[in-house]
Design a protein around this ligand. Structure first.
Ligand SMILES: [Zn+2]
Length: 215
């Protein structure tokens, strides 16, 4: 990640900022340097309290978040107490938080989602780690992932055959969707049979597999 420093910062005020931080904008143009965060820390710069962490990312991405809200139909909420960012899309609920020891964001996906669920209830629900997303320090990447994920899911719900299959990753998702649809088809058959058996218990004696009469 690139950060902004002032080359003329006095020793006691060696601070680095994220791009878009209001304090980075106050650095004089001729003193402004963009360097890697690792380099900044090596040179003794400390993170800015305003733009550091997830809270800081939310602050420096205000315009971007507003644009996502409008264009991608997402709802963003930052919880001050837990320092967690919640994102609600039309078909899913997500949360992002910063894992301190590695200084990277982790993405979690709510196991179940119903559009009319109360917000407090959504927060309390069970989540799973979204495993195919690498740890990252980019909030933008995560939001783009969520957007692509949920758009693909809408296509799958419609018909997974319409998913793109150009890149390796897309092919992988296609296969995953295919397996999921097949699994769900089996589940539906089981449910259907259970229902029919409740209505007509004698069906339990009917096997869908043909038994060999020899044994
Ligand atoms: Zn800053």
């Amino acid at each position: 990640m690139l950060v902004v420093i002032s080359s003329e910062a006095p020793k006691k005020r060696k601070i680095y900022h994220k791009m878009g931080c209001i304090y980075a904008e106050r650095i004089k143009f001729q003193n402004r340097l963009e360097i890697k965060v690792e380099q900044a820390e090596k040179e003794g710069y400390c993170e800015c309290k305003y733009c550091a962490g997830l809270r800081g990312d939310v602050r420096t991405h205000k315009a971007q978040i507003l644009s996502w809200t409008q264009k991608k139909e997402m709802e963003f909420k930052f919880d001050d107490h837990t320092e967690t960012l919640y994102i609600k899309t039309k078909i899913g609920f997500w949360k992002i938080y910063l894992k301190d020891d590695i200084d990277k964001y982790l993405l979690y996906h709510r196991n179940k989602f119903e559009a009319n669920t109360d917000y407090q209830e959504l927060i309390r629900g069970e989540f799973h780690r979204q495993k195919d997303v690498k740890q990252t320090d980019s909030l933008v990447k995560l939001v783009e992932y969520i957007d692509a994920h949920d758009k693909a899911k809408v296509v799958i719900q419609d018909d997974y055959h319409n998913l793109p299959r150009r890149t390796k990753k897309q092919k992988k998702y296609y296969k995953q969707a295919e397996r999921k649809v097949k699994r769900e088809a089996v589940k539906r058959m089981d449910t259907l049979f259970a229902m029919l058996e409740r209505q007509n218990p004698s069906l339990k004696n009917v096997s869908i597999y043909e038994r060999s009469s020899v044994c």
